[in-house]
Design a protein around this ligand. Sequence first.
Ligand code: NCD
Ligand code: ZN
Length: 347
Amino acid sequence: MSSKPTELTITRPDDWHLHVRDGAALKAVLPYTSRQFARAIIMPNLKPPVRTVAEAAAYRQRILDAVPSTDRFEPLMTLYLTDNTSPEEIVKAKASGFVHAVKYYPAGATTNSDSGVTDIRKCDAVFDMMQAQDLPLLLHGEVTGDDVDVFDREKVFIDRHLAPLVKRFPNLRVVVEHATTRASVEFVREAHARVGCTITPQHLLHNRNAIFKGGIRPHYYCLPILKREEDRKALLDAATSGSPKFFLGTDSAPHTKNSKETCCGAAGCFSALHALELYATAFESVGKLDQLEGFASFFGADFYGLPRNQSQVTLKRETWTIPDELPFTESGLVPLHAGEALAWKMV
Ligand code: NCD
Ligand code: ZN
């Protein structure tokens, strides 16, 4: 019989892709993240989005105000790229010391992306400056529009936009956010070292069958949408490979229960409650728990040029039941795998 470890202690991880919203929602969700993670790259898709360094500074302060006094947490801010972002704002962003990246959303691709970029080729002057300033570009890598099947949008984005972009700006640091396909994994592997990739727990644990198991399951609906089993396997293989190009980004994206369980449900899975335990479950499923620390705690920091964390966290093998619902705003918040058992627990 192989003996399974009963405890796992690793360097405290960081979350390189996180939505924490604002106001009461921010206060409700931020403590889950600050309990597990030392830092997180904060997505700027508020309404209205975080477009300037001044807006990022104010948002950063609201996040810090929501950190429980028992935790230490550093929000790493991002700017939302629009058709009107200026190269001067990029210079300011780099000089601020607290803006660590710029996020590209194709207009209309996902939650709160109406102000996104309408044509990526319009942003060349900004990309030039980001390359010069070494400020990373984070990509929601999907094309929009009804001419492309929803399951193919990431692959088509790579061919149409990402591959040419990486060629045009060879020194630009790029992160393919929440990769969902074998095609993305292969692209990132073959690209130069300035191209990285975040992977979510839901894309490591599920394929698209989860959305339709016995009926429609809105809590498995996120964007980019879950893909085929061969894609999931490729992602799990990349995440557990020890390659420093692949690192943890939960894409935890809280929406009220009412806005998920409705006729036009919002996209996003909430995983901040138990993110590390979910990743541990995925890594253990392929016997690669020993690769979790690099993925969760080292490679992202190295990519962003930030120091690795000094403190540690411990997971225990202890079965517990994920709550059906957490307190949130007008209605509750349903975490990923609500009501199911989880075999790891952070202590
Ligand atoms: C995110 C959200 O709700 O803000 N939703 C999601 O499905 N991932 C937006 C995003 O990252 O696409
Ligand atoms: Zn996201």
